[in-house]
Ligand binder design. Structure first.
Ligand code: UDP
Length: 404
């Protein structure tokens, strides 16, 4: 992909803004560090964003930390603890965290003009800071952490020049600059690229889903927080009055026993209703998800707890009205009553589904507004612009330059 390909898709002036910001940073070095090069939203985003930043003349490097299995078990637990549901982290485990970070600090050359550290695993690399602007990018919700692990981590975070959170309510009080930069979707990725009707029909045919009645869709991992059973209950309430189909598409990792339990519960709740389609998708199903989102009349995201909820942005980008719970990053994306509806219960979800089925024109108008909302606020180009602007702002603040 090249930046130029986004010129016609992004907001007018967006690429020009990136070029202007990049011009000020030409030849400077921008280092990103995270814990994995494959799998997960962070790696996927870095794979897509970094080549575009490099193309704009900045020397970009992506470095991945290495660690043993006990280290990654510990950081998985730390991740859960920061989200308020971890197990005890012992002194020995913290020593392993420190050792692993200090070994990686020696292995990776982190001398750059701007060093961006993603998530808690490599946060301890700050020990090796010699110069430049160091920014900690937090991708998770740490608003209600287990306090002991948080205070431990905080002793590192306070030494960064700035921190970045995806949603303001995910943040913590820390005595450094804080920025809010929501994640983004890439309109040119397999998951979001335009597809023609023929392709969409082909995918539905392959999945044995007739297009004879309105389609309700939720795409999400089979996970207790995504509340697929609640979606089935809402569908049942609607079904008494209007005929429709429900697709629940998602995946569960082979090593996720909780996912299997949820999938069983969902299957049980669906019973033998031929209009409920439970699809277990393999990890590389981006085009299929894209097609399902395009085939849907209404997209639902009835999570009980949510991170940012990228599926909402994906559906809005495809011009679909979205009914989503008012949790996590969903209220940033759904402007209630304008491009979809925010809901708080199963009954509320059913009520809004009926309203949209009854008035397809409303759904069509909402979808159009939704696509514009995503174009302005949640595309990868806005994300790049934010990162560059933040870097410049931090350098200015260090030099005490004030632009009026
Ligand atoms: N997704 C996927 N396969 C699935 C379920 C979801 O590829 O079986 C994708 C979905 O399209 C979205 C991402 O995974 O891009 C989920 O991100 P989101 O922020 O909505 O939720 P999370 O799973 O991170 O809690």
């Amino acid at each position: 992909m090249s930046l130029d390909q986004y010129r016609k898709i992004a907001e007018p002036g967006e690429i020009r803004a990136i070029e202007r910001l990049a011009y000020r940073l030409k030849g400077r070095s921008f280092i990103h560090v995270n814990a994995t090069s494959v799998g997960g939203g962070v790696a996927e985003l870095l794979h897509r964003m970094l080549p575009l930043i490099r193309e704009s003349g900045i020397d970009i490097q992506w470095k991945v930390m290495k660690g043993s299995k006990p280290f990654f078990d510990m950081t998985k637990n730390l991740h859960n603890s920061l989200q308020g549901k971890g197990k005890t982290i012992t002194k020995k485990m913290w020593e392993l965290y420190e050792e692993t970070n200090s070994r990686n600090a020696k292995r990776l050359n982190l001398e750059g003009d701007c060093v961006f550290i993603h998530d808690p695993q490599p946060a301890g690399l700050i020990e090796s800071k010699k110069g430049g602007v160091w920014i900690w990018r937090c991708h998770i919700d740490i608003s209600t952490p287990d306090l002991v692990p948080w205070y431990f981590l905080k002793s590192y975070i306070e030494r960064y020049n700035a921190s970045v959170f995806s949603v303001s309510t995910f943040a913590q009080s820390i005595p450094i600059h804080q920025f809010m930069v929501p994640p983004s979707i890439d309109p040119l990725s397999e998951k979001n690229i335009d597809l023609d009707d023929e392709y969409v029909n082909g995918v539905l045919e392959k999945l044995s889903i007739p297009r004879d009645k309105p389609i309700l869709l939720q795409v999400s991992r089979f996970d207790p927080w995504k509340d697929q059973v609640g979606v089935i209950e809402a569908y049942r309430m609607v079904k008494k009055y209007r005929d429709c189909r429900l697709i629940l598409a998602g995946g569960t990792a082979a090593d996720d026993p909780e996912g299997k339990v949820v999938l069983e519960e969902v299957r049980e709740a669906a019973g033998d209703d031929p209009d409920i389609h439970i699809l277990l998708l393999p990890p590389s199903s981006d085009r299929e998800i894209n097609a399902l989102q395009r085939a849907a009349d209404i997209v639902i995201q009835k999570s009980i707890r949510e991170g940012f909820g990228l599926v909402v942005a994906e559906a809005l980008w495809k011009g679909k009205p979205v009914i989503g719970s008012a949790v996590g990053g969903i209220p940033l994306q759904i402007v209630d009553g304008i491009n979809g509806f925010l809901v708080h219960s199963i009954e509320g979800t059913a009520y809004r589904i009926r309203q949209l089925l009854h008035n397809p024109t409303l759904g069509w108008v909402m979808g159009g507004v939704g696509r514009e909302h995503i174009r302005k606020n949640f595309l990868i180009t806005r994300h790049i612009r934010d990162y560059l602007a933040m870097w410049i702002a931090m350098e200015n603040s260090r030099q005490k330059v004030i632009y009026i």
